[in-house]
Design a protein around this ligand. Sequence first.
Ligand code: ATP
Ligand code: MG
Length: 392
Amino acid sequence: MNEVLLCKYGEIVLKGANRSYFEDVLCKELRKKAKKCGEFSVSRAQSTVYIEPLDEFCDMDAMLAEAQKVFGIVAIARAYVCEKSLEDISRAARELIAPEIRGYKTFKVEAKRSDKRFPLDSMDLSREIGGVLLSANPRVKVDVKNPEIIVKVEIRERAAYIYAGWHKGAGGMPVGTNGKGLLLLSGGIDSPVAGYMMAKRGVKLEAVHFESFPYTSERALQKVLDLAKIVSDYSGDIYVHIISLTHIQEELVKHCEEDYFTLLLRRYMMALSNKVAARYDCGALITGESVGQVASQTMQAIGVTDAVAEIPVFRPCIGMDKEEIVQISRKIGAFETSILPYEDCCTVFTPKHPKTKPTLEKVVEQENKLPFDELVEEAFATMKTVRISHDC
Ligand code: ATP
Ligand code: MG
C-alpha cells in the first residue's frame, strides 16, 4: 500500500489573504529537500501539503527527516493511502496500523469525512475502524478521553488516508516570508542558535563573519563555514561575507586604552554590519548576545554597541541561559562544531579588565583617537563572499 507524508501547517493557517504565498514558499522548500530523497511529488490541498513518492526508490525515512527541518510545518503524518471504501481502509487498519499500535495500552480512532459522498459518517467510521483494530489487537483498549495514541482516518477529495500518531514538525514560518536578516556569525555556540531561531520565524539569513588573520587561523574560518552549513540545513542557502579586522585591531592596540578594546571592536563590527546589510538588502542585524553573559553583554555594553546600529538588532538569545542555548545548539547539530577550540577575533587582544559599565561618552572619546570611518571603509574593502549550501 502506498505511503504519503501529510504535512500540517502552523501559523500559516492564520494568514488570510496571503496564505497561498506562504504555502507556495513552503512547497518550494519541500521540493528542494525532496530532491535529496528521490522522486517525490509535492502538492497542497485542504490545508495540507502532500509529499508522495513517485517510485519505489524513494526514501521515505529520509524524506520525513528532511520535512521535519522545514519551518512552517507543525506536524507530519506518515499515512497509508487507501481507496475510499470501508473495505480498503479496514484492510490497512488490520494489516498496517494494528502492528504499529501494538505497543500501546490505549488508543482511539478519529475519523474525518471531508468528502461527504462517503457513505459512513465520521462517528460510524471511527467505530468500524476501532472494531477492526480491537479484534486485531485484543490487548489494546479504547480510551476516548486520554488515549496514548490516536489513529486518524481522513476521507479527503483525493483518497482516504489512515495513520497512527504524528511526527513533530519544526514549527515557525517558512523561511523568506519575514524578510532577510544579517547574522553576525562567530564560531561560538550562541550565534548559530540565534540564526536558527530567526530562520524559524521566517527570516532568510545572510551572514557576516569577522576574522583577524593571521591572529585567527584558516581552521577557525573553516569552523565558521561549517557552522553556516549546519544552520543552512534549516534556513536554506546562506551567503557568508568574510571581513578582516586585523588592521583595526592592530590600530586599537596601538592607540586606545586596553579596557575598551572589545567594546570598540564591537562598534566596528556593527558599523561594518550596517554596510553589509545595506548592500545585501537586510532589514535587521542578528546576534547571539545574551544579557550578562560576558563583559561585552552587560546592558550598558549592549547599549554602547547598539548605538552604532542603523537598523534593528535582533538578539533572540537575549533572555536565555547558556544551558538553554546549548540545548538548541545540540538539537540543531551545531554543538560539537561550536565547541572546537579555535580562536575568534574577540579572543585575541582581549583586555584583562574589560569595562562592564561603559558610558557612551568615554567609549566615543577612545574611538575618536582613530579615523573610524576610514578604517571601516578599509575593512569593508577586504570583504570576500562564500555561498554555503547544505546540498554541496
Ligand atoms: P557566540 O557564542 O555567538 O560566539 P559569545 O557568547 O562568544 O557568542 P561574543 O563573542 O561577545 O559572545 O559575541 C557576541 C555576538 O557578537 C555573537 O553572538 C555574534 O553574533 C557576534 N560576533 C562575535 N564575534 C564575531 C565574529 N568574529 N564575527 C561575526 N560576529 C561575531
Ligand atoms: Mg564568541
